[in-house]
Every structure is written in structure tokens, then in C-alpha cells.
Design a protein around this ligand. Structure first.
Ligand SMILES: [Zn+2]
Ligand SMILES: [Zn+2]
Length: 393
């Protein structure tokens, strides 16, 4: 949907984009238009590239302004469907337009072009009817000779940010691990507040995935109705994970009907209690939730603070407007798995982040506590002899 805003509108559209970033830069203080779909796509781009900021140099353009900057007066910018932008990575460096173009194509932007010779600015749009892939260093409206930016720029698989994975539990007892081709596996570690409720297949799945070098994450299924119960669940989860290493986040799965019925405030307090406690134990944590529970029942501060694993099945694209690093997109067949399992896409390089931060068991090896040294001492003070043991502090 395309929305129209007053010139001085100041509405936050997604966690990282405000409508005012898209207004016309002609100097006239007129209304402007922004496509919601475009902003949602830009939010995904932001998360995928792990940006510190995305600077929109040109969003909506009135007909006159579009002509003034060399456009036809009828292009995608005049419809609120386009943005010219610069992406700055979390390291503070400008992300090359080559990478932005490739990533934008992976995500499904429909009009994509590098704009300048320095490869710092990119044009992106969500035009209807077909796609256009260009490189304006070769002239205005120059189309790349192949339909694939990765091929055009020679950016290969190693720069590919999206990975395909599966999530499994006691429901998948028969897995032929030699046939599994998932790039990551998220395993149910257990549920509720007791360590005895460890998932019956957790150890088995973990061992097999590790033996084949498949990166692993985990999730804990909740029944907590209060923050206190959530902390018990956190402790059980931490105990079950102990001694293992995870390349993907540890997710809290809150989806029981009577939990959702508690409402946003109570539910968010439960989520926060678990996430804070598991994070404090040295884990990279996240939240698993459906489109509706994330949108309606989860505090914005939680969705921004922790990794989000969105569950939204059987849609081409979720209308969820928040940022998310992983998407459980359907239940289906996966190589090596008998029956069906949940299928996931991941847009964030969690293994790199987690290892860099020394989390999830990747911290410095903790040395076993050495026994403290003791010495026996004898001394004489004012003619009196004393004898005793001194212990190292
Ligand atoms: Zn204008
Ligand atoms: Zn443009």
C-alpha cells in the first residue's frame, strides 16, 4: 500500500525508518508518498547487512524535482516506490553498492541499480510489473547484461547472506544425517522449568549435527505464566545447554494459548525475564514468535533488543514490519528427514557474531579453580612462640 504523508509528518514506520526520511528534497513543503512494502524491504536490507545506518539521499520526488535531477518525471520515485541510499555497516564503513545490489536482489527488490562511480549509492524500488537491474556508471538506464548481480559483480557464494536451515525436535526421530543438506539446524532443547524435561532427541540431534559440521542453535519451549516461572525455565535451559557450543542463537518459544491470553504487558515481562537471565549466562538469545504474537503481544523494546525468529507459514513474504534475522516459512520435506519438519531462512551471519563475542560456549576456556596455596608459619613475638597456617588470598 502507498501512503501519503504531510510534509512535517514524523511517523516511525519500522524500527529503522521514519517517514520523514522519504520526503521530497525540492525545497517545496508538499505532501509525499511512501510505499509500505518498500519500507519493509528496506528494513530487511538493514538487518541482513547488519547496518549501523541507511542514509536515504532521495525518496519521494514530485514531478518537477524528478525532472530537475535528470528523471523523466514519471519514474518510481514520483510514485513513492523508490529510494536512493547509502548503507553503512556496523563497523562504520560504507557498504559497497555491489554488495547492496546483490543483497537487494536476494531479498526481492524489483528495481536495483548502482548509481555512482564510487559504488556508494544504490537505487532500489518496488515497481509493479517486471524488474530492472542497472548500473548507472555505464550510463543512465544501463541494464546489466545478465539478470544476476552476483554474476555481474563476481560476488560469490561466500558473500551470500541467506542460509537455509531446519528446526527439529523429538518429533523427528528418524533423520538420515548423511543426507541432510541444511546449512544450520535449530534443535529443541526442552520445555518448562525442569531439566528432566530436556527434549528426548536433543543430545542425539546435537551430536549428529556437530559430527557433520552443521552449525547448531537451540530453543526452549515455554509454559511460564509469570516472570518468576520464566526464570526457572531459564535456569533449566542453561543447565541443559551447559558444556555445548552453539553457532546460532538460543530462542525462547512462547506460543501457548493461555500465555498469549495474558496480554502484551505480562507476556513481555515473561519474555524479558527469560531472555535477560539466559543472556547473562553468556548466551546470544532470541525470541521465537508468530506474526501476530510478535506484532500484537511483544514489546517493541524486546523485538529490537533480541534476535527475532519469525514464524509465518505459507506466505511469499510476511507483512511483519519489524526486523527479524530468521524466518520459519513453512512445514515441509527436508533432505534426510523422515516426514516433515519446519523450514527456515536465516539472513544474519550469527556464527560470526557469536564467535566474535565469545558467547554460546565459544568463550575463553575457563581454567579449573586451582587449590589455594598454604604455608606453615612459626614466629616469636615478645618472647612468645606462635605457629599457624597462612592461606593464599
Ligand atoms: Zn518536490
Ligand atoms: Zn533512484
Amino acid at each position: 500500500m502507498i501512503r501519503t504523508f504531510k510534509y512535517d509528518a514524523n511517523e516511525q514506520l519500522t524500527p529503522h525508518f521514519n517517514c520523514k526520511e522519504f520526503r521530497c528534497k525540492c525545497g517545496g513543503k508538499h505532501d509525499f508518498q511512501v510505499s509500505e512494502e518498500l519500507v519493509q524491504m528496506l528494513e530487511k536490507l538493514y538487518v541482513t547487512l547488519d547496518c549501523m545506518t541507511i542514509n536515504i539521499s532521495s525518496g519521494f520526488r514530485c514531478v518537477q524535482h524528478d525532472k530537475n535531477v535528470g528523471g523523466s518525471g514519471t519514474g518510481q520515485h514520483t510514485k513513492g516506490l523508490a529510494a536512493d541510499l547509502m548503507c553503512v555497516g556496523s563497523d562504520g564503513k560504507i557498504i559497497s553498492s555491489c554488495v547492496v545490489c546483490c543483497t537487494a536482489q536476494d531479498l526481492g527488490f524489483r528495481g536495483i541499480a548502482n548509481i555512482n562511480a564510487a559504488y556508494s549509492y544504490t537505487h532500489l524500488d518496488m515497481r509493479s510489473g517486471g524488474t530492472w537491474y542497472g548500473d548507472e556508471t555505464k550510463g543512465n538506464n544501463y541494464c546489466i547484461p545478465c539478470s544476476n548481480f552476483r554474476e555481474y559483480f563476481g560476488i560469490g557464494k561466500e558473500a551470500e547472506p541467506m542460509k537455509k536451515g531446519i528446526d527439529i525436535s523429538y518429533c523427528q526421530k528418524k533423520v538420515d544425517w548423511n543426507k541432510v543438506d541444511a546449512e544450520f539446524v535449530i534443535i529443541r532443547a526442552g520445555y518448562g522449568r525442569y531439566t528432566s524435561q530436556k527434549d528426548t532427541m536433543f543430545e542425539d540431534h546435537y551430536k549428529n549435527a556437530k559430527e557433520r559440521g552443521i552449525p547448531v542453535g537451540a530453543y526452549w519451549y515455554s509454559y511460564a505464566k509469570t516472570p518468576e516461572e520464566a526464570r526457572f525455565e531459564a535456569d533449566a535451559c542453561i543447565a541443559v545447554l551447559s558444556g555445548k557450543q552453539f553457532e546460532y542463537p538460543i530462542y525462547y518459544d512462547v506460543e501457548e494459548k493461555d500465555q498469549l491470553a495474558l496480554g502484551k504487558e505480562k507476556l513481555s515481562a515473561i519474555m524479558r525475564a527469560f531472555l535477560e537471565r539466559v543472556e547473562a549466562a553468556g548466551y546470544f538469545v532470541g525470541l521465537y514468535g508468530s506474526y501476530s504474537s510478535l506484532t500484537n503481544l511483544t514489546d517493541e523494546s524486546i523485538r529490537q533488543r533480541y534476535a527475532v525468529w519469525l514464524a509465518h507459514w505459507d506466505v511469499d513474504k510476511s507483512p511483519y514490519t519489524g526486523a527479524y534475522g530468521m524466518w520459519q516459512y513453512k512445514v515441509g520435506a527436508a533432505a534426510g528427514v523422515t516426514g516433515e519438519c519446519d523450514l527456515d531462512y536465516c539472513y544474519v551471519d550469527y556464527p560470526a557474531k557469536i564467535k566474535a563475542k565469545g558467547l554460546n560456549g565459544y568463550g575463553a576456556e575457563k581454567l579449573p579453580d586451582q587449590p589455594k596455596k598454604t604455608i606453615s608459619v612459626e614466629m616469636t613475638v615478645d618472647g612468645v612462640k606462635y605457629k599457624g597456617t597462612l592461606t593464599e588470598i
